[in-house]
Design a protein around this ligand. Sequence first.
Ligand SMILES: NC(=O)c1ccc[n+]([C@@H]2O[C@H](COP(=O)([O-])OP(=O)(O)OC[C@H]3O[C@@H](n4cnc5c(N)ncnc54)[C@H](O)[C@@H]3O)[C@@H](O)[C@H]2O)c1
Ligand SMILES: [Zn+2]
Ligand SMILES: [Zn+2]
Length: 361
Amino acid sequence: MPQTVRGVVSMAVGEPVTITDVVIPDPGPGEAVVAIQACGVCHTDLHYREGGINDEFPFLLGHEAAGVVESVGDDVTEVAPGDYVILNWRAVCGQCRSCLRGRPQICFSTHNASQKMTLADGTDLSPALGIGAFVEKTLVAAGQCTKVDAAAPATAAGLLGCGVMAGIGAAINTGGVGRGDSVAVFGCGGVGDAAIAGAKLAGASTIIGVDIDDRKLEWARGFGATHTINSSEGDPVEAIKALTGGNGVDVAIEAVGLPVTYRQAFEARDLAGTVVLVGVPRPDMTIELPFIEVFGRGGALKSSWYGDCLPSRDFPMLIDLYLQGRLDLDGFVSETINLGDVEEAFHKMERGEVLRSVVVL
Ligand SMILES: NC(=O)c1ccc[n+]([C@@H]2O[C@H](COP(=O)([O-])OP(=O)(O)OC[C@H]3O[C@@H](n4cnc5c(N)ncnc54)[C@H](O)[C@@H]3O)[C@@H](O)[C@H]2O)c1
Ligand SMILES: [Zn+2]
Ligand SMILES: [Zn+2]
């Protein structure tokens, strides 16, 4: 029997989100229904509401979540009812040309549930990042459920489902940050601070947080930034060079999604350094770079989708580090809120008042 639950839906570009009835089908083959316990508000949810991702409205928002599997469809072996899981947006296929070459973390054919969740009138919903988790229960592909230790509360664990994993992975997996490296992170929101925490875990010795908001810079120091720069007060590239013997950093991570900060990251890295773009640009943005410097500086310009994570490898490992007190996931949770508070949480995010508002169900 399909179930009707309450969820947060974005009906049209720029309009405030609304809480409405969402119809969840029973799980079919390869699918699972998960009772959501907590779901963080990520900037990408706001990108959806602003029409910055695509125009397939209405969207069921929310995608940074943990909960308990309620039921599974036929042929599901990886999870069972009662399992505590983090939802991921990288259910790997095992068969595409990337998986077959042993690189499932960049699977080219990830999958979501085949059935659609709908509004009460039967209109198909587009779940954010194939998840849709600002809702009491959601339908996902079973491969989107990653089992982790239930000792970690859902408010913390869910954050690994998107932004925190994206940031940590941008530093460790994509950027390859290692012991003694120097790192600069542009944008110290949830994703940027996670990149700072990741750089610290990996043993970076200089970690420079750059933002235009002093409050964000203070939080960045809490996650391990050894230096901070307010880039609204002067040229951050010069300031980074001054902190690195005139050379620039080994790894420059862009966690805003703007051409201006990408350019700063490009210019602030040392010779043979790496630029990692983890911020998501709007589709209409372009960037111009001095071509000779793209060549002359050597190194690598990389993009990081989901921190190049492999959920089955990375989520349980990071939950273990959290439970050992070595990764402060609770520090990202600025407030816990209800489903009805998501619109206000977007405004708090825009005003820079929070790292993560987390919906608790
Ligand atoms: N690549 C991925 O897989 C992935 C996953 C999750 C989120 N993201 C993206 O990462 C970005 C950050 O997400 P978030 O949730 O941390 O957002 P956020 O709004 O919490 O943080 C953005 C930060 O950038 C700062 N900022 C804005 N303009 C700036 C400028 N000109 N210079 C320096 N700092 C500036 C803001 O003050 C804020 O602290 C978004 O674009 C989001 O869509 C990417
Ligand atoms: Zn694949
Ligand atoms: Zn996200």
